[in-house]
Write a protein that binds this ligand. Structure first.
Ligand SMILES: C[S@@+](CC[C@H](N)C(=O)[O-])C[C@H]1O[C@@H](n2cnc3c(N)ncnc32)[C@H](O)[C@@H]1O
Length: 231
């Protein structure tokens, strides 16, 4: 396999370098598949229009059921892959979404807030395009020593962990600011931590399991989810 070039931390061109790996079960984005499954737990039943902000290769697609799955992302390479999995792919910036107010029944933003300069703008946009009574689901990494240690120092060295240099821990997310911003825009967010099941992970490493369950944890100091309904 050709070696990907070494990029600066959080350089978005890494997604282009690794585009062939979005759907590789043991590739660079393996853990994102497991996180997508955990995100889907918070989707409401039924259907309607679901916006997947920063959809990447569209890994949420197997979990969107009867929803029309619209994905928006900056990177063309990911959108091309997402399209092949049934996502209605739109190029755009999460901080300035190209959609009307209240256009969606569900809005998800998975693993993107820790990659943008202004996460508050992304949350404001997510809430703007969500209808009243609609569901918002986020997941990201907390700006704590544990977030940095678990998601960078450790995870970047583990199989299935994020590709080295994908994250810049200086951009990890302040949980209190996140909750305050969402509340200002009409969504009372509940936070919950997430960690991989250790037994599943060992079985996955041994080749005895296809995927790994992400388990809820009370501590939100590392990887965490936020979910809520817009008033
Ligand atoms: C870690 S990936 C997560 C992809 C997907 N949400 C998932 O969980 O599988 C981060 C994604 O955010 C996208 N991204 C980064 N900054 C963005 C922005 N300002 N607007 C839209 N997409 C952005 C990247 O192109 C990449 O696809």
């Amino acid at each position: 396999m050709e070696q990907a070039p070494v990029r600066d931390r959080n350089d978005p061109r890494q997604y282009d370098d690794l585009a062939a790996q979005w759907w590789e079960p043991r590739g660079a984005f393996a853990m994102l598949h497991w996180i997508a499954a955990a995100r889907a737990v918070h989707l409401p039943p039924g259907g309607g229009r679901l916006l997947d902000i920063a959809c990447g290769g569209g890994l949420l697609a197997p979990h969107t059921g009867r929803f029309t799955h619209v994905g928006v992302d900056l990177q063309h390479s990911g959108l091309q892959v997402a399209k092949q999995h049934g996502v209605v792919a739109v190029q755009g910036d999460a901080g300035r979404l190209p959609f009307a107010d209240e256009a969606f029944d569900v809005v998800v933003a998975g693993e993107v807030l820790e990659h943008v300069r202004d996460p508050a703008a992304v949350v404001a946009e997510a809430c703007r395009v969500l209808r009243s009574g609609g569901t918002l689901v986020l997941d990201t990494i907390a700006r704590t020593w544990w977030g940095r240690f678990s998601s960078v120092t450790v995870a970047e060295r583990l199989p299935a962990g994020p590709p080295p240099r994908l994250h810049d821990p200086a951009m990890f997310v302040d949980r209190r600011e996140l909750v305050t911003t969402a509340s200002r825009h009409g969504v009372a967010l509940r936070l919950q931590g997430l960690r991989p099941s250790a037994t599943d992970y060992v079985r996955w490493l041994l080749g005895n399991k296809e995927d790994v369950r992400m388990l809820p944890t009370r501590s939100t100091a590392g990887l965490f989810q936020g979910f809520g309904i817009k008033a």
